[in-house]
Design a protein around this ligand. Structure first.
Ligand code: SF4
Length: 534
């Protein structure tokens, strides 16, 4: 491959084939993309060394997880930060296998991997190895969030090494397919770990209405997925006359008792990530990015952008591991916020949204839900979930939800819900028709609900009146998709376009074994899904 860069890990990849020029569609420059490849190669080298080690230190796993998270789409645009992460991987490897690092002979057993070999490989091998790599990148985000709350799991940690090592080995399709499925299996465990970490730390989410109004006075917008960063920000702003507004995937934070108890956590600002350059333009407040999705900031708000954790952008102020948010707080006080209350709306004009229908809340209504299905009051469940994105065609999800039968329930999670979460679709059997279950990792909760309903009806999940209509953008969606496949979920509709990294043969495998398919039109898909489960 002789292009300036190669990256096809997200849904908006150039020409639906791959970003190859001076910069990716996301704004990632070719130098940055190549440094990310170098980092990935170093992490594979570290994973190889860790596999040989009897007991790798926790810092080895932490480095692998942080390094993978750094390469997720819209996380890190900062060459210096990526170089530092590669150096960290090398010094971690030196601790594990000092003799190998000093050895002048290259037997290859612990060497860094040249990721160009992956991009140049046979298309089916490249496809399967990409599924493993991108799935691991997504899973690393979840493992990282669980770790900052003090939760980790040996099997999850070890699998990062197994999976990365497989990418560097000469393996055929038959050997790689089980590894792909194993990513899904381990990711289920990882999402379960994060569910335990979040609910164990912040309590069980409760349904809550979240205003889209910004009150007058200083405020901070916090975006991304890291609930611990939000908690620390809430602690540090207490009594300072500064209000906090969630953005994007931080919205479900309002439902956690240990977060919602802070009176300055007022509401939600803006819609999904791809609208940030418009919505943050001229905002009289700082924005704190705790994870993706960061888009290259416009000059009009560049001085208000703060990053922390794995997120970084050259020139933007980065809050380091001590998590002292004083610069963000000072900026909020300096900017002062709006002079009067401002009412904002969702994309459909709604003035508030609802969240907090996590697994416990839905399951506490399981008896009533089962009765309502048996009595014919609920005809169908749809899981309309996943990422939002900038490409045209995503209004499919708005139209799909609007057209779902009035006696059906729409379960949702992740930021794709901003396409419809401000719609008032009324109630069915005493429940709102749209139930927001949380962030993308709360797919774990949706799976638990599906399994519990199947148990109550004495059938399999695929026999339930339940359809999966997913939207994907970045690598967390990849590991969730692999988890659903690992569980044997059939007939998933995926959009707005299929991943560029699925080769025709790999796609055929998924179609033949799981009947996965692309979305078409809301009308045709609803007819198909309702007909199939009638
Ligand atoms: Fe292109 Fe997506 Fe890679 Fe960015 S992350 S370079 S948009 S494929």
């Amino acid at each position: 491959m002789d292009s300036k860069m190669f990256c096809f890990q997200c849904e908006q990849t150039a020409g639906c084939t791959g970003c190859k020029g001076s910069a990716g569609v996301c704004g990632k420059k070719s130098d940055t993309a190549n440094l990310q490849d170098e980092l990935t190669g170093a992490l594979i080298g570290l994973a190889r060394a860790a596999k040989e080690s009897a007991a790798p230190a926790d810092s080895t796993y932490r480095t692998i997880i942080d390094g993978l998270f750094t390469t997720v789409t819209n996380v890190n645009f900062d060459d210096e930060a990526i170089r530092a992460m590669t150096d960290r991987a090398h010094s971690e490897k030196k601790k594990l296998v000092p003799a190998c690092c000093a050895c002048g002979l290259s037997c290859g057993s612990d060497s860094d991997f040249d990721v160009k070999e992956l991009w140049d490989a046979n298309e089916d091998i490249r496809s399967l190895k990409s599924l493993i790599l991108f799935g691991l990148r997504g899973m690393a985000a979840y493992a990282s969030h669980a770790r900052v709350l003090g939760y980790h799991d040996d099997e999850v940690d070890r699998f990062f090494c197994d999976g990365l090592s497989a990418i560097g080995e000469e393996l055929g399709m038959e050997q790689l397919l089980p590894v792909v499925m194993k990513v899904g299996e381990i990711n289920l465990k990882c999402m379960g770990l994060l569910d335990k970490a979040n609910t164990g730390t912040y309590g069980t989410p409760v349904p809550v209405k979240v205003p889209l109004k910004v009150e007058k006075g200083p405020f901070i917008v916090i975006t991304g997925h890291d609930l611990k960063d939000l908690k620390l920000l809430l602690e540090q702003t207490s009594g300072k006359g500064i209000n906090i507004y969630t953005h994007g995937e931080m919205l479900p934070a309002h439902a956690y008792p240990e977060l919602k108890k802070y009176p300055q956590l007022k509401g939600n600002f803006g819609t999904a990530w791809q609208n940030q350059q418009k919505e943050f333009d001229g905002i009289p407040a700082p924005i704190l990015y705790t994870t993706n999705c960061l888009m290259p900031p416009k000059a009009s708000y560049f001085d208000r952008v703060f990053t922390t954790g794995e997120v970084s952008f050259p020139g933007a102020v980065h809050i380091d591991e001590d998590k002292d948010f004083t610069p963000v707080i000072e900026k909020a006080l300096e900017l002062g916020g709006y002079a009067d209350d401002r009412q904002f709306t969702g994309i459909n004009g709604g003035q508030e949204v609802t969240t907090g229908f996590g697994r416990e809340t839905v399951l506490s209504n399981a008896g009533a839900i089962v009765d309502a299905v048996k009595d014919g009051k609920i005809s169908h469940f749809f899981l309309v979930a996943g990422c939002d994105g900038a490409k045209p065609g995503r209004n499919y999800y708005t139209e799909f939800v609007k057209q779902t039968p009035k006696d059906s329930i729409v379960l949702t999670l992740a930021c794709g819900k901003y396409r419809f979460n401000d719609l008032d679709l009324g109630t069915v059997a005493g429940l709102p028709r749209i139930l927001d279950m949380g962030q993308c990792n709360d797919a774990y909760g949706a799976i638990q609900v599906a399994v519990a309903l199947a148990g109550a009806f004495g059938c399999g999940v695929n026999d339930l009146p339940l359809s999966f209509v997913l939207s994907w953008y970045e690598q967390k969606a990849v590991c969730i998709l692999l988890t659903l496949l690992h569980l044997g979920i059939q007939n998933i509709l995926l959009g707005p376009s299929l991943p560029a990294f699925l080769s025709p043969n790999v796609l055929n495998f998924l179609v033949e074994n799981y009947h996965i398919g692309p979305i078409s039109t809301p009308e045709a898909d609803l007819k198909k899904l309702l007909g199939a489960k009638a």
